[in-house]
Design a protein around this ligand. Sequence first.
Ligand code: GDP
Ligand code: MN
Length: 381
Amino acid sequence: MKLQEYQSKQIFAKYGIPIPMGRVAATANEAKHIAEELGGRVVIKSQVLVGGRGKAGGIRLAKSPQEAEDLAAQILSMEIKGLPVRKVLVDEAAAIETEIYLGITNDRAARRPVMMASSSGGVDIEEVARTEPEKIIKVYIHPLLGLRDYQARDLAAGIDLPRDHWRAFAQIARGLWQAYQEKDCTLAEINPLVITAENRLLAVDGKIVLDDNALFRHPDLGEMRDQDIEANAEIEARKYGLSYIKLDGQIGCMVNGAGLAMATMDIIKLFGGEPANFLDIGGGAASDKVAAAFRIILADPSVNAVLINIFGGITRGDEVARGIISALKEVESQVPMVVRLVGTNAEEGRQILADANMITAQTLVDAAQKAVAAVKGGYAS
Ligand code: GDP
Ligand code: MN
């Protein structure tokens, strides 16, 4: 679960990381009042869970409360990468001299958290990693010992941070590590961490991704989820306990089991198609769950064909078929559907689906080929 910038920075502040004064606003009028309180120049920042807000016009500097109101009105009417902006953060504008990157994530290969710093802050860190990997300094954190002081100093030295900032930098690094660990994050990053004209370090932007599997330990953080800005499909999927991830292709996939879902996506690609989603309905899915999965897939306008790949073990073929049929009664759809159903009660399931004009397939290869052909308009059942 990703947190918004303002939420991430609130957590940082609790761990002693300096952040700009500011508050979040849902209307232009509120933004104006906050700007008045802050007195002076403010930055208006769209709160959406995508990167590159600045380039998209979602971050603007305002010199007066009036300008803050106008810019907030503009930004609140925008969509950034398809997401409507519902909130803006109004922060005291920082006079930025230098932009640094500081972040922590898990390095699976090293089996440890890694803290990274770079003198090329402010920009996309993936871009820095690609073009100037030597500019990223890393230290691996022992999970029991935690971040050691010498490691924070190594980072400071590695990015050529002036000596007079080392103490403050080490404190920020410690705070970030503590937040990362105590809140069960998979990512905690400050980009940019800036040196201001007043020669102070300040976390101007923040991003936290929480480990969903640990959310039960943090009910307060779970409540931070901004329901309205999350994709409807994902909310719906979570309600039914489905693992759903939207992708860019045209073939909707409904599969039981994460491994089988991955294999299905691979085979679709092998035959020249692109999956529209990852969807694992899980083991033993009853028909209402299947129906929900089906509604989610069909609600995606880029889906031009559906591939259903079910290996019936605990999940029963006839249950799946009935779920699909009941969903089809609710959602009108002309999209061609290919079904591969094997295992428990597969025969009954296939019969139900064939009666409903679905394309049946014997093997996964057969199913993938038929789905790809259907997308390309070349398959007639
Ligand atoms: P992102 O584009 O979504 O990562 O948003 P950021 O908050 O990181 O802002 C992008 C860039 O806008 C920063 O790297 C800064 O260069 C600039 N920026 C953000 N806040 C301020 C501010 O308070 N003052 C100034 N001068 N620039 C800012
Ligand atoms: Mn940023």
